[in-house]
Design a protein around this ligand. Structure first.
Ligand SMILES: Cc1cc2nc3c(=O)[nH]c(=O)nc-3n(C[C@H](O)[C@H](O)[C@H](O)COP(=O)(O)OP(=O)(O)OC[C@H]3O[C@@H](n4cnc5c(N)ncnc54)[C@H](O)[C@@H]3O)c2cc1C
Ligand SMILES: NC(=O)c1ccc[n+]([C@@H]2O[C@H](COP(=O)([O-])OP(=O)(O)OC[C@H]3O[C@@H](n4cnc5c(N)ncnc54)[C@H](O)[C@@H]3O)[C@@H](O)[C@H]2O)c1
Ligand SMILES: O=C1O[C@H]([C@@H](O)CO)C(O)=C1O
Length: 488
């Protein structure tokens, strides 16, 4: 059921793109600049098929995009968000953090974490969208797209003609095939609130939990399961957790913490099948080597795939996947943009095309895209990759952990600190330039230094850094390397 069936109540009606004759490019009018308005009479708001701006996907990036439209006075009666979900945009990271706290430890619930609270902004509830004249179509995903006629069709059969279109359909969880038990009751994937609700209901009854995948979801969900005092096993194919980012040595420190919390690891293992019990629910995971791990609840976190359909014709990057955009988030078709997880964009500082599946980019790409659309700015997006996680945050946990990483994890690494309580890893390339930096349990001042380090890429005296006696000492050595003037 729709949590909120909000329709925009645009008092002045809206300007049809077709009547404005601004095919595709949207309104390239600076805020505050008087515009000729050819408004269609629309006393009831959005009552015909034309929409000036349409965002497809009501997720993290859409919430931040809506905020930028409002800041420019360009939302009221003009912006429509077409959402698959039943809720206005929210901060998706909460789903594997506060949302999974046990019932007695004050779990996060909507409307508590609607965008843009995750970055200290306003909490944009369903009311906020109404008050700002933004039409939100809930639980009505776009199922067809025609770039020639500028038309979208939703699952309920609505036909929407757009002036400018922003695709922010994000990612979907990769699934285990149904033929090996990937769809059994008790097997969970986690992407949205409905998934998280289903998982919480299973955790309430669970005794033995298997987490498949040693990435972000695996680490965050396994830590949450500890908060529910559940027998938890993580199974993954690699040698250590977080293989895309962590060094083996860094991973070891986190694995030890999980083991102290009674979590078991099965490494280097692939799933052969998930078996069904007499109650029709999952009962165990059978590994390729024939061993069996019992489970009444399985959480699968084996990566995510960009949601491209039905927009394939807009242009998919063949190497990275994702909808290809330029440094202003413009696709190959004028008037169509893509942001967030689904967009493959030029990562200017490392001179490569990439897709980033993290919330900081969702927020910043949304803002940058909408600013470029609504104003005449042509400043290229210059993103510094930023990833973070927080686990064991619930009250009563013996040790909370929170880490941040900035930059590129390339080159050799220097690790400083014992993890008790802090650890830092520095990635340094063959020219001795610092490329990436990771910090666990830093102070706010220390975390604030990391983006400066990763952005300026100072030349580092490696011997000096290796001899650092503490994380504080190491960060000071890196900071003074920026000041030494050898930065980019
Ligand atoms: C459980 C979880 C925890 C995370 N934690 C962190 C974290 O701690 N830190 C971090 O940096 N990142 C985290 N991420 C990643 C971060 O949430 C994403 O990078 C971010 O949500 C991307 O925003 P987006 O708007 O591009 O996509 P999404 O937020 O996924 O939004 C896309 C929306 O589009 C909808 N949609 C898809 N197809 C259609 C269609 N055809 N029509 C209409 N709507 C459609 C989807 O239902 C969804 O609501 C997490 C992700 C998950 C799943
Ligand atoms: N803190 C964060 O930034 C955060 C938190 C949660 C989720 N997310 C996002 O959510 C999405 C999904 O996260 P994720 O953890 O599933 O992806 P991931 O890519 O971080 O990890 C996937 C893991 O799955 C495992 N794996 C891959 N194929 C497998 C297979 N066939 N069988 C068993 N294991 C397999 C590997 O161990 C791999 O590390 C990503 O976009 C991620 O960025 C981010
Ligand atoms: O970025 C984030 O947003 C949410 C939460 O802070 C919203 O309240 C969360 O858990 C993050 O990591």
């Amino acid at each position: 059921m729709a949590a909120a069936a909000a329709a925009g109540t645009a008092s002045q009606g809206y300007c049809s793109w077709a009547l404005r004759g601004q095919r595709g490019l949207g309104a390239r009018v600076a805020p505050g600049v008087p515009r000729r308005r050819f408004c269609v009479s629309a006393a009831a708001g959005f009552d015909n098929e034309n929409r000036e701006y349409v965002i497809v996907g009501g997720g993290n990036a859409a919430g931040y995009a809506a905020r930028t439209f409002v800041e420019h006075g360009m939302a009221d009666g003009r912006l429509c968000i077409v959402s698959k979900e039943a809720y206005p945009p929210y901060e998706r990271p909460a789903l594997t953090k506060g949302y999974l706290f046990p019932p007695d430890k004050k779990p996060a619930r909507l409307p508590g974490f609607h965008t843009c609270v995750g970055s200290g902004g306003q909490r944009q509830t369903a009311e906020w969208y109404k008050e700002n004249g933004i039409e939100v179509l809930y639980e009505d995903p776009v199922v067809a797209f025609d770039g020639k006629t500028h038309t979208l069709k939703t699952s309920s059969g609505k036909i929407l003609k757009y002036g400018s279109l922003i695709i922010s359909t994000g990612c979907e969880a990769s699934r285990l095939p149904a033929k090996i038990g990937g769809n059994l009751p008790g097997v969970h994937y986690i992407r949205d609130v409905a998934d998280a609700d289903s998982l919480v209901s299973s955790l309430g009854k669970a005794k033995k939990v298997v987490v498949i995948g040693g990435g972000y979801i695996g680490m965050e969900v396994a830590a949450a399961a500890c908060g529910w005092n559940l027998d938890t096993t993580i199974i993954f194919p690699e040698d250590h957790i977080m293989p895309r980012l962590f060094t083996p040595s860094l991973a070891k420190k986190y694995e030890e913490l999980y083991q102290q919390n009674s979590v078991k690891f099965v490494k280097g293992a692939l799933i052969d099948k998930l078996e069904v019990g007499s109650d029709g629910r999952v009962s165990s995971a059978v590994l390729k080597d024939g061993s069996v791990v019992e489970a009444d609840t399985v959480i699968v976190g084996i990566g995510a795939r960009p949601v491209i359909g039905p927009f394939e014709a807009v242009g998919v990057n063949t190497k990275v996947g994702g909808i290809e955009v330029d440094s202003l988030f413009r696709t190959s078709i004028p008037g169509i943009f893509a942001i967030g997880d689904v967009a493959t964009f030029p990562l200017k500082m490392y001179d490569r095309m990439t897709r980033v599946e993290h919330v900081d980019h969702a927020r910043k790409s949304a803002h940058h895209c909408v600013e470029a659309l609504l104003t005449s700015h042509t400043k290229p997006y210059d993103y510094l990759p930023y990833f973070y996680s927080r686990v064991f945050e619930y009250e009563g946990s013996s040790r909370k952990v929170w880490w941040q990483f900035y930059g590129d994890n390339v080159g050799e690494t220097i690790e400083v600190g014992s993890f008790d309580p802090k650890i830092a890893t520095f990635w340094i390339d063959s020219d001795s330039r610092l490329k990436g930096v990771f910090l666990e349990s830093g102070s706010s001042e220390e975390f604030a230094l990391l983006p400066h380090l990763a952005k300026s890429q100072p030349v580092i005296d490696k011997a000096k850094l290796k001899s650092a006696t503490s994380v504080e000492d190491a960060l000071e050595i890196a900071r003074s390397s920026i000041q030494a003037g050898s930065s980019i």
